[in-house]
Write a new protein. Sequence first.
Length: 222
Amino acid sequence: MALMPQAAPRESHCPSDPRALVLASASPRREELLRSLGLEFQVDASAASEEIDLGLSIGEVVTTLATRKAQDVAPRHPEALIVAADTLVGLDTAVFGKPRDAAEAREMLLCLSGRSHRVHSGLVALDAATMALQSLVVETEVRFRDIDQAEIDAYVRTTEPLDKAGAYGIQGLGAAFVEGIVGDLWNVAGLPLAALNDLLTSTGCCLICRRLHDASRRDSSI
């Protein structure tokens, strides 16, 4: 049997990217997701304004807010690649961000009960050296089962929904409400990883290769 010629092994299919990676976010969930990939990065929470133009579509809003976050932290990391995201929940014409208090969290959950909604995330990658920016919007459809008032009240008492768009966390107790999902699960958790990989690939180095290069740099420094 003839043997097929084998290509020379390669460490990765992307060249090494010397830029530090910075996550412009105060969200522990986004940080946890990125840490779970074994990447080396810094976290720098943005203080950018979250005021929006009510005439914008929900996709334009999340992209605008994510862009502001990246641009806000860029001057502190002039040679870095900045990643930022923003997430909102859309139900018919209503848009849900983080609830202001427990009462608003209850209202949001009552609206979502027994219905499908869409989670929209704007994701940007900004080269701080050139201020070149690329962005993507990711949508995921989530369907909730029927939830009664007593269950909603109990969930709100856990405080889990109070800092999450749409007042629930799919990576936490809020998963008990979800009976179906169409699209990227990680988008609902706060950071669409497939879209992030696309953005990083377009800027020069995908997630997998960045992990490989990070490990190689660690090994060479020992």
